[in-house]
Write a protein that binds this ligand. Structure first.
Ligand code: GLU
Length: 475
């Protein structure tokens, strides 16, 4: 119990600290740090090869930059966990793809909306597709515990659908729900349209049955109380500005505008490019490969996978040049002009070589090169996670074929939640390496003079699949 004396000293202390204690924005500016709580998922926050990424992370990073402070990003493992942290004022902002609801807005402060989405009910094609909530019958519906969707269902059940049943799944992201519908342990799941769009390519059998309601707004939440007013005002101003100058649209496009299905370039296109584009860069690629003691066919294959030998290539995510380096990687590698093919090739070659060197000693060639390529795409940390998963599941973490088979598991929640670095686009990394191996083997093969056909190159003719596969193994 508080004695009168301790009460008085607490009051005196509070008075002495003055407005810096009562205004969180001032405190954030003075401490130089903004704490944001999110959840580890592909639509919010995850680590990729250049570090932290995700729509919410990038948005929060921009806010921190605007305030001139460091961003401290934390992860909660359930939606309730996110709100608990806000309640205890352990975080300044919750940025986690959170829907604006009446219930939440009574308990917390929030920003203006920075995105909208529609709650969708998804099912597995081939199974019965209900038309709406009145058509559920015996179908089993799952939602994320503590989510806006659960709240919507509760209200509906109270108001006019007492028969409505669902299961609330504990966790922080919707992959678990999708997995359940995909493997048949649930029939339907409620999930935000933005998340479903992003994850649909992983679950091609899942489709939308119907929408659970109209479009909803996505907001950032803050702890309740006056103390957070000026921070919220500053955030709103920042989001309005981002909306006005197009930066918000660009960020949205980067993360949600396209699903990252890797396009497999047809052999014919590749053959045409070997003929038409490669000659202009062959000497340059050879020169750089020599400098770094790499097989030039390998460097040529990587640069083809990255940019199709286009020195001016640019992707919507801001990677550029022949080797598609990010700004950060380029900086670390001392590349000043990413569009200069020589600099770009040198940067990429150095990066690849460095990754190969840093892999554990007991990974031998050729697996060592394939794993270095995977790390080139996804980062060493996630590759290590995939190797740990491989070993745990009875595979050999020294073999690319085993590790490759486990890479896509980094996209599945039941697996990535057990890893050190969390979600990663492992499937993409796997295709990246396999494509490069494919190009590499063709480039090597067609470079042997005896194999040079007199007529235009057509890999389908000169390199039958069986032979190609055999060469993969032999490399
Ligand atoms: N937007 C949801 C919420 O705020 C979470 C994500 C989902 O369940 O799809 O609760």
């Amino acid at each position: 119990m508080m004695t009168i004396r301790s009460l008085i000293s607490a009051l005196v202390l509070a008075a002495l600290c003055g407005c810096s204690q009562s205004d969180r924005l001032q405190q954030v500016l003075a401490d130089g740090e903004l704490t944001v709580v999110s959840r580890n998922s592909p639509t919010t926050y995850y680590l990729d090869k250049d570090g932290a990424a995700g729509f919410e992370h990038d948005l929060a990073q921009l806010l921190a930059e605007e305030l001139g402070v460091n961003l401290r990003m934390e992860t909660a493992y359930s939606l309730d966990g996110i709100f608990r942290r806000l309640q205890r004022e352990e975080a300044d902002v919750a940025a986690a793809g959170l829907t604006l609801t009446d219930d939440r807005s009574q308990r917390f402060s929030h920003s203006i909306a920075y995105a909208t989405m529609v709650p969708r009910v998804v099912y597995r094609t081939g199974n019965r597709r209900p038309d709406g909530l009145d058509d559920l019958g015996e179908l089993q519906l799952v939602v994320l515990a503590g989510s806006s969707h659960e709240q919507t269902l509760k209200v509906m059940a109270e108001e006019d659908r007492p028969e409505l049943r669902w299961e609330a799944v504990q966790g922080a992201d919707t992959m678990e729900l999708l997995e359940r519908v995909d493997n048949g342990s649930a029939d339907l799941a409620v999930i935000d349209s933005s998340e479903f769009r992003m994850q649909q390519s992983l679950y091609p059998m899942l489709e939308v049955a119907f929408d659970l309601g109209p479009e909803r707004e996505m907001v950032w939440y803050l702890p309740p109380g006056r103390k957070y007013h000026s921070l919220r005002r500053r955030m709103d101003g920042f989001l309005t500005q981002l909306q006005g100058d197009g930066r918000l649209d660009r960020l949205r496009e980067q993360y949600f505008g396209h699903t990252t299905v890797l396009s497999r370039i047809g052999s014919h296109t590749f053959a045409r490019n070997i003929r038409n584009k490669l000659p202009a860069y062959r000497d340059l690629i050879r020169q750089v490969a020599d400098e770094y003691q790499l097989d030039w066919h390998l460097l040529a294959a990587v640069s083809y996978q990255e940019s199709h030998w286009e020195p001016e290539a640019t992707s919507p995510t801001g990677v550029r040049g022949m080797m598609m380096l990010t700004q950060l990687t380029a900086k670390e590698l001392g590349v000043r002009d990413r569009l200069d093919p020589l600099q770009s090739l040198r940067g990429g070659a150095r990066y690849l070589k460095d990754l190969r060197r840093r892999l554990p000693r007991d990974i031998h060639e050729p697996d060592r090169t394939w794993m270095a390529l995977a790390a080139y795409n996804i980062g060493l940390a996630h590759l290590e996670d995939a190797r740990v998963l491989t070993e745990r599941m009875g595979g050999d973490p020294h073999l690319w074929s085993d590790v490759m088979a486990h890479l896509p598991l980094l996209q599945k929640r039941e697996h990535y939640r057990t890893t050190r670095y969390g979600y990663a686009r492992g499937g993409e990394a796997m295709h990246f390496v396999q494509n490069i191996r494919h190009y590499y083997s063709i480039l090597q093969w067609q470079d042997i003079p005896a194999n040079q056909p007199g007529q235009p190159l057509n890999p389908d003719d000169y390199l039958p699949l069986a032979l190609r596969e055999k060469r993969f193994l032999a490399l």
